[in-house]
Design a protein around this ligand. Structure first.
Ligand code: AHR
Length: 834
């Protein structure tokens, strides 16, 4: 069938107005903030000076520095039960990261970090500027580069605060914002800086011109010694104009999502790289000058200016509930896995109870009083607490039980979340947990997974707890995030909404990325010092959240299956993954005829890349460990055919990999026999360098044996691929659907809401039948569409792909609506009163 005919085929969506499904949780879509990729420091947090307190060359507590690496305590790992050798590079480039010195006119000066007379004991470091010689026309400038530049706007005002002391210095100091090409954009002169004790200085700098890459400079013009500490520069305008506030454009993106809750502060950030270096809520309270900061496992210091109080305040400001994640005495298990012994968990429990008291305790309580002293007598909207992040297993579950009991006893109104790890629920945790309110499963997936597993949550058993998908994203095979990612994310969201009796909360991750320090491949909102844009996925989440139904209605989707066009056209190949394997007797049969037979291998038939391939008579052998070796049969492409071959494993961890439907190295499928360390078989896709399992893995009866020849057969039909091992059918792959829909009733507005994802590049007529509901003929369509799956918003065109609203006039019991290529659509139709 031609593409044209396929386009003309009408898909059907049937909605039963009388059959209700799950109630859609009002809390379904929230946000998750973590200090990763400078999401907070140099991001959401409004501070413009990097390393304002000169603390950032200090070694995180509990760690040592060895040849440029941070080394955690060498004690046994929490779940591996043995000492692991994990370490991470310490990225501080010098003793005063972010700062530098420039001299002119023959001045002689130098910088050093000094601990001799701390401004505060908690933040003992300051910058000592020694000026040995200063000829009349000379200058010394101490420069802060901001976070990859400071974006200065003409006319905008900036609040400068710093502390200084001096010795044998008889002069003033000029604070300046300077453009990248050296022009002064704003300036304030402090006539005299003197005194052996610390003194606070403040000024407002008003910019005369703009520059996106400005620096902040302190200029000195006399010899002597001057110390600086806590040099802070904030734009006067912050989100809701709060002092010590947030960057307005980024905070507004988050507020516009109207999140039901904010999960904070991580992620791996919560776990830290040693229990001592993990975030401590108490140290993130009070005067910002006294906060020692937290070292993020993502490789940089957070000043904790966006601390516990600021998090709670932000939740209140945007009308969201607070979800506070605390460290349960275990540092990141993907990293060091260092832990606090069970005997000391009491201290942690006490600290969490105090944190909760700070958030919601009465003003008369010890920590409620501290909150009131910080200017917030009323309780904050704390509703959830989570015990650790991504810890799993029996040992964690036992620890969870201790926290659960203690917190519930005092705060029965709070909902308590158990971590579950990535990809699926941890059964050992579930078996051991005595009681939990919500399980937090994380779901990072590659392109195509959401379509192949559109019914993922439909199959989850329902228990006496709810599910929170605390971190989800399609983040592989989609570049830095594009329309394909948005279509995957939207499909995934439809699955969560349909199953909202179980999945009551979700949050995309990660949220924010300073493009100059990307720690994670795909993030929702991208920014630099002055610019920002939200990816198409952001708009998909926003529109699906804005158009949440109150209750689902039973919805059937029927997409005509094109059984004529071959879905798996492409070349075939041989591959392995961390395995040595021999292949022989490759045969392709089409229409009963053998169209290829390897026989004695002809080297010119095969394009060999990666690994180490050897041709031995009739055998093609891959002899090296490692990923991505490929022998591609380059003679021709096949559509419907049977592929037969023999394979023998000679070493390594997994077994056989047979690429097929190979369009190019950016897009193909493969059968993996003996994946997951020779335990399962599955179909996989490879999209732009990322692989994803796209079929339910089938457990092998027994692992593939070494040095034994196996017969493999793939029967590739128009829409299915059957895989046989030694004559026995192992698994079948069906082309996944590319149109997804759910429907529901919005009881607030009295409307029917239909959500449709069209994940193909052609417009598609959809015949919609609505039973047991009478609808007004005119409704609206909110459409988020792109021209290609590779499309994305950008700094230059931040709003290129955003939802568009249009009227729809043809609504009836049966009506036709044409969905756009590569689109997410929400249709709304008013329900007539009976
Ligand atoms: O979102 C990035 C990381 O992914 C989080 O820190 C962690 O929880 C997860 O593994």
């Amino acid at each position: 069938m031609s593409v044209h005919l396929a386009m003309a085929q009408t898909a059907r969506i049937s909605i039963s107005g009388a059959t209700t499904g799950a109630t859609v949780s009002r809390d379904l879509h929230g946000i998750f903030f973590e200090e990763i990729s400078h999401g907070g420091e140099g991001g959401l947090y409004g501070e413009l000076i990097q390393n304002r307190g000169f603390e950032e060359s200090k070694i995180p507590e509990g760690c040592t520095l060895d040849s440029g690496f941070l080394v955690p305590p060498r004690t046994p790992h929490y779940s591996a039960d043995q000492v692991v050798d994990w370490k991470m590079p310490f990225e501080a480039k010098n003793d005063y990261p972010g700062w530098s010195l420039a001299t002119s006119g023959g001045a002689i000066a130098h910088l050093a970090v000094d601990l001799s007379q701390p401004l505060y004991p908690e933040t003992p470091r300051s910058l000592k500027i020694t000026i040995a010689s200063m000829p009349r026309t000379a200058n010394v400038a101490v420069i802060n580069e901001g976070f990859w530049g400071i974006s200065v706007q003409q006319g905008a005002a900036y609040t400068l605060t710093f502390y200084s002391r001096a010795e044998k210095y008889n002069g003033g100091m000029t604070a300046r914002l300077v453009s990248a090409d050296g022009k002064t954009l704003a300036e304030h002169v402090f006539e005299r800086v003197q005194g052996r004790g610390w003194k606070k200085y403040t000024a407002t700098l008003r910019a005369q011109a703009s520059d996106a890459q400005a620096t902040f400079q302190v200029v000195l013009s006399r010899p002597g010694t001057v110390w600086l500490d806590f040099v802070s520069l904030f734009p006067l305008e912050t989100f809701r104009n709060r002092p010590n506030g947030l960057r307005p454009d980024l905070a507004q993106y988050l507020a516009d999502l109207k999140p039901a809750f904010v999960r904070w502060p991580g992620g791996c950030f919560v776990e830290g790289i040693s229990p001592q270096s993990a975030p401590n809520w108490k140290k993130s309270l009070g005067p910002v000058e006294r906060r020692p900061g937290t070292y993020s496992p993502w490789g940089y210091w957070s000043s904790d200016g966006l601390g516990y109080h600021e998090f709670l305040q932000f939740c209140e400001d945007i009308g969201a509930d607070a979800l506070y994640v605390f460290n349960c005495g275990v540092s990141c298990e993907m990293r060091s896995g260092v832990y606090v012994e069970d005997a000391h968990v009491d201290t942690l429990v006490a600290s969490v109870l105090e944190a909760i008291e700070y958030a919601i305790g009465p003003q008369e309580s010890r920590w409620g009083k501290v909150r009131a002293q910080q200017g917030h007598p009323e309780p904050f909207p704390l509703r959830y607490v989570e015990v650790g992040n991504e810890q799993v297993g029996e040992r964690y579950a036992k620890r969870f039980n201790i926290f659960y009991k203690a917190i519930k006893e005092k705060y029965p109104q709070l909902e308590i979340l158990a971590a579950m790890g990535i990809a699926h629920l941890s059964q050992p945790t579930i078996r051991t947990v005595e009681k939990m309110d919500i399980a937090d499963e994380h779901a990072y997936k590659a392109a195509g997974w959401a379509m192949a597993y559109a019914d993922w949550y439909d199959k989850y058993p329902r228990k006496d707890w709810k599910l929170y998908v605390g971190e989800y994203a399609c983040n592989a095979g989609v570049g830095a995030g594009n329309m394909a990612a948005a279509l995957n994310d939207a499909t995934f969201i439809l699955g969560m909404e349909r199953n909202s009796d179980l999945v009551t909360m979700s949050s995309y991750a990660p949220l924010l990325e300073n493009i100059h320090d990307t720690d994670w491949p795909v993030n929702l909102i991208r920014f630099d010092a002055g610019r920002s844009f939200a990816r198409i996925s952001y708009y998909a989440i926003k529109m699906l959240n804005e158009h949440k139904a109150s209750v689902n209605l039973a919805t059937q989707v029927a997409v005509p299956v094109d059984t004529v066009t071959a879905a798996f056209t492409g070349k075939i190949g041989l591959s392995t993954w961390d395995t040595q394997t021999e292949y022989k007797d490759v045969e392709v049969i089409q229409d009963g005829k053998v169209v290829y037979q390897s026989g004695v291998i002809r080297k010119e038939d095969w394009h060999l890349t990666g690994g180490q391939w050897e041709v031995r008579d009739s055998v093609l052998a891959q002899t090296k460990e490692g990923a991505w070796p490929l022998a591609l049969l380059n003679t021709k492409s096949f559509d419907r055919y049977t592929l037969k071959l023999k394979a023998r494993k000679t070493g390594g961890h997994n077994a056989f990999m047979i690429p097929f439907a190979f369009r190019d190295d950016q897009q193909y499928m493969r059968v993996h026999l003996g994946a997951w360390l020779n335990k399962v078989a599955a179909f996989e896709t490879v999209t732009k360098g990322a692989d994803a399992i796209v079929s339910q893995p089938v457990r092998l009866e027994k692992p593939v044996e070494l040095n034994r020849w196996y017969a493999i057969e793939l029967r590739v039909n128009a829409t299915t691929v059957e895989c046989y091992l030694d004559g026995k059918r192992l698994m079948t792959y069906h082309t996944p659907a590319d149109l997804f829909a759910i429907a529901g009733r919005d009881d607030k507005t009295g409307e029917l809401v239909i959500k449709i994802v069209n994940a193909v590049g052609h417009a598609r007529p959809v015949s919609i039948a609505v039973n047991d509901l009478a609808l007004e003929p005119t409704g609206t369509a909110v459409v988020l569409a792109a021209e290609s799956p590779d499309d994305e918003n950008s700094f230059e065109s931040p709003q290129r792909f955003v939802p568009q609203t249009e009227s729809v006039h043809s609504i009836a019991k049966h009506f036709e609506y044409v969905v756009k290529p590569w689109s997410v659509t929400v249709l709304r139709a008013r329900i007539k009163r009976p």
